[in-house]
Design a protein around this ligand. Structure first.
Ligand code: AMP
Length: 399
């Protein structure tokens, strides 16, 4: 058995966004030291880390110095060059290992891996040329979605094609690059399962989470998803099989479409904690970030028990359009927790923070969290008595 890396040790994180920040908070709570490396400074993760290194991912001298100063390296951002993961792995373990990054950072490789291993995926065709796209459209039909194979997230690098005539414009808009064409799935809802797997191969999940997106960006997640037990069992089984097949040590999220005829199709994998799992910070015994710390350090995994139904609402930069959100009003909702990522530039579509609500049911939690988010846009803080009226009965109790 590999010797565990114990509290007091230094953990390196590649990437410095909000996922790194929440990882660093969990790691420091457990007494670890955290070093981050990314091309930016004063970053969400760097602000709470012990050491923030500013260097390009392909500056291999800086990367090697970073690796030499820590005992294990993990990442919060999968678009790190393979050469970087390889250079680190010569010095300290990288968890999950570089091969997981290699597969999941490219949609063609990821979907081919899933298809090859018998996992249900959205119908797709690889596209490199305009004629590939035209024949893929013949096969898959319209509507379809053309996606760049690399560096895509939150709907970036995607174009919806509703007729064959749009092929050339869509291709020129994204290309020339590796792409995939996917059939547009007519889904009932979107679901995700976050799984953590330790050094000993034991894996745990947080159940099925229900996700709704707005303009291709996650908007609200609720847990439990309240899907039929057969769907829940199937989604969890697939997620565990994926994490096993990829031999992940760490956290991985499987995003699904549940089609109107009851089939689960994998949309995407994320080999790290995921936005839909942020609610585990407030709602579960062990959060996805603490679990990433435990997994990459070789500690036993913690309980994933959900303490109460929960909902998470993202706070995008759009909320700042007319000035600073009304934090006082938002914090007046007693069952709601505020998480901000320390980003100073609120751009439209940029994830600046999130709110989590706990309540008696997922529907109540969703109502509460979206009401609190709406209150952030109010101009004046309402009197506390008014706010309490607007809460579900179970939440009418000030902390
Ligand atoms: P992605 O970046 O691929 O996860 O896409 C972001 C969001 O766009 C998804 O969560 C869906 O809401 C939507 N989307 C992406 N691909 C498809 C598809 N093939 N069919 C229907 N909706 C999709």
């Amino acid at each position: 058995m590999t010797t565990p890396i114990l509290p007091g040790a230094k953990i390196g994180v590649l990437g410095s966004g909000q996922l790194g920040r929440m990882f660093a908070i969990a790691a420091r709570q457990m007494g670890y030291r955290v070093h981050t490396l990314s091309p930016d400074n004063d970053t969400p993760a760097g602000q709470v880390a012990d050491v923030e290194i500013t260097a390009a991912y392909d500056d291999l001298d800086a990367v090697r110095r970073f690796a030499s100063s820590v005992e294990v390296v993990t990442f919060e951002f999968e678009n790190v060059p393979s050469a970087t993961a390889l250079a680190i792995a010569e010095i300290v373990p990288v968890r999950p290992q570089g091969e997981v990054l290699h597969v999941t950072q490219n949609r063609q490789r990821e979907k081919s891996f899933l298809g090859r291993n018998g996992f249900p995926v959205t119908p797709f065709r690889p596209v490199s040329t305009l004629s590939d796209l035209q024949s893929a459209l013949q096969k898959l039909g319209t509507p379809a979605i053309l996606k760049s194979a690399g560096f895509g997230y939150d709907g970036k690098g995607q174009v919806r094609i509703t007729s064959v005539e749009q092929a050339e414009d869509a291709y020129r808009g994204l290309g020339p690059a590796e792409m995939i064409l996917e059939a547009a799935v007519d889904f009932e809802c979107e679901l995700s399962v976050v799984v953590a797997r330790g050094m000993d191969g034991a894996a745990v999940d947080w159940g099925v989470i229900r996700n709704s997106h707005h303009r291709h960006i996650l908007d609200v997640s609720t847990a439990p998803a309240e899907v039929p037990p057969s769907i829940e069992r199937a989604a969890k089984k697939i997620a565990h099989a994926v994490v096993q097949e990829l031999d992940v040590v760490g956290v991985l999220c499987v995003e699904f479409f549940l089609t109107r005829d009851g089939r689960l199709l994998i949309n995407e994998l994320a080999p790290r904690p995921h936005n839909s799992g942020h609610l585990t910070i407030d709602a579960s015994v062990t959060s996805q970030f603490e679990q990433q710390v435990r997994a990459v350090c070789g500690l036993p995994l913690g309980s994933t028990e959900l303490l109460r139904p929960a909902a998470m609402a993202n706070l995008l930069g759009d909320l700042w359009e007319h000035g600073e959100p009304n934090w006082h009003a938002g914090c007046g909702f007693a069952g709601v927790k505020l998480h901000l990522y320390g980003k100073t530039e609120p751009r439209a579509g940029r994830k600046m923070g999130h709110l989590t609500a706990l309540a008696a049911s997922p529907a109540e939690a969703e109502l509460l969290v979206t009401s609190a988010r709406r209150a952030l846009l109010s101009q004046y803080a309402p009197a506390p008595s008014t706010m309490l009226q607007s809460l579900p009965s179970s939440e009418r109790q000030m902390e």
